[in-house]
Design a protein around this ligand. Structure first.
Ligand SMILES: NC(=O)c1ccc[n+]([C@@H]2O[C@H](COP(=O)([O-])OP(=O)(O)OC[C@H]3O[C@@H](n4cnc5c(N)ncnc54)[C@H](O)[C@@H]3O)[C@@H](O)[C@H]2O)c1
Length: 345
């Protein structure tokens, strides 16, 4: 990386799948990081570091003080998938749309120079077979999650001006190993099923197109955009991924099966997926950004961690199940808690 101009980076959602992969890379590159998160997935997943400041806060409650002294914001905090977005619709609009637009306003008012919105290629929704969507293609968001992301994009982009650089990154579906692991993402879920049971779960009907990106590659794209020339990126949307990592789900399942070290059968599930999108990455590549990891790299590192016993598919790795579980325990605890305690008070 060239000379660092940004020094203090505020990362919301820093305790998430992408955040816990991104923060160590930022620290290694010399940045100071203010990590803001409610830490739904635990507070133990970020490294101890003298340039890391951890702020436990809800993104809906951020104040101007959180943005003081910050050079750039990477606004990852969100309800992060379609089923969770449908279950918690109102919260998804509050967190994924309203809080991010508000964070961008607060950042601009505090003199922050750059704001990055990590959005999603899922806002392309369904595109006819031959269409390869680029950043100027019509979008077709099919879920609450995708609609909230698109509204957030529309809310933050107009704030761009010569003092405030706004960049939207539409990330492909992410895969690979991260401290806050997610097995509810396509490649990771396939890998776990195949490794554990010899049955690789594939969502019907397998013809749907989906772009993929490794978690450290998307983290690197965010770092790349911290230093990219504002004249080339300000007010712009970039798809994040690579042409070589766009698949139909059926062939992708066979590819993943081939890298799992045991005999694997395909097990189909669900109704045919209505989401199907092929995506072009020429715009980000024209700036010089390139992904480094293949799908095989992700499968191999996940299998290695499973084999070593350092990784397992717990309920926390399935975002929807974990949010449901937290809501269930919240109800139980509210019923039995008295005087600030349960058995001991
Ligand atoms: N993983 C993917 O495949 C993918 C693809 C495209 C876009 N994205 C986007 O990237 C971002 C991060 O995704 P992820 O995979 O790391 O998800 P994640 O669920 O692992 O992380 C989200 C983080 O945000 C935090 N959070 C949620 N609501 C909060 C609130 N109100 N206040 C404070 N913190 C809150 C959670 O505790 C969690 O640590 C999301 O915006 C997601 O939509 C992810």
């Amino acid at each position: 990386m060239g000379q660092i101009h940004m020094t203090q980076v505020l990362v919301t959602g820093a305790g998430g799948y992408i955040g816990t992969a991104l923060v160590p890379l930022l620290l290694d590159a010399g940045y100071a990081v203010r990590a803001v998160d409610r830490f739904y997935f635990g507070r133990h997943l970020l490294p101890e570091h003298d340039r890391l400041e951890v702020v436990v806060e809800d993104s809906r409650k951020l104040t101007p003080a959180h943005f003081q002294g910050v050079d750039a914001v990477i606004d990852l905090a969100a309800i992060s998938n379609d089923p969770s977005g449908e279950l918690f619709q109102e919260a998804t609009y509050q967190i994924n749309r309203d809080s991010r637009v508000r964070a961008a306003h607060l950042a601009r008012e505090a003199g922050v120079r750059r704001y990055m919105l990590p959005s999603s290629c899922s806002i392309y929704g369904f595109q006819e077979g031959g269409v390869i969507a680029d950043e100027s293609s019509p979008t077709n968001p099919l879920t609450t999650y995708a609609r909230a992301n698109e509204m957030a994009e529309r809310g933050v982009l107009p704030l761009a001006d010569e003092k405030f650089c706004v960049v939207v990154l539409r990330q492909a579906t992410v895969y690979g190993l991260s401290p806050r692991m997610r097995f509810d993402l396509a490649i990771n879920g396939m890998t776990f099923g195949a490794w554990k049971t010899g049955k690789l779960p594939l969502m019907r009907d397998g013809t749907q197109w989906r772009p993929m990106v490794h978690v450290r590659d998307t983290a690197r794209a965010q770092m790349f955009m911290l230093e990219a020339d504002p004249a080339k990126v300000n007010g712009e949307i970039f798809n994040v991924g690579s042409a070589g990592n766009v698949y139909q789900i059926g062939p992708l399942g066979e590819l993943v099966a081939g890298y799992v070290p045991r005999d694997v059968e395909i097990e189909w599930y669900g109704d045919p997926d209505v989401r199907s999108y092929r995506v072009a990455f020429d715009k980000i590549e024209a700036l010089g950004y390139r992904t480094e990891k293949t799908a095989a790299d992700g499968v191999a590192e996940v299998c290695k961690a499973l084999e070593a016993g350092t990784l397992d598919k717990t309920i926390r790795t399935i975002t929807l199940d974990w949010y449901r579980e937290l809501a269930r325990w919240h109800r139980i605890i509210r019923e039995v808690e008295m005087y600030g305690g349960i058995v001991e008070i």
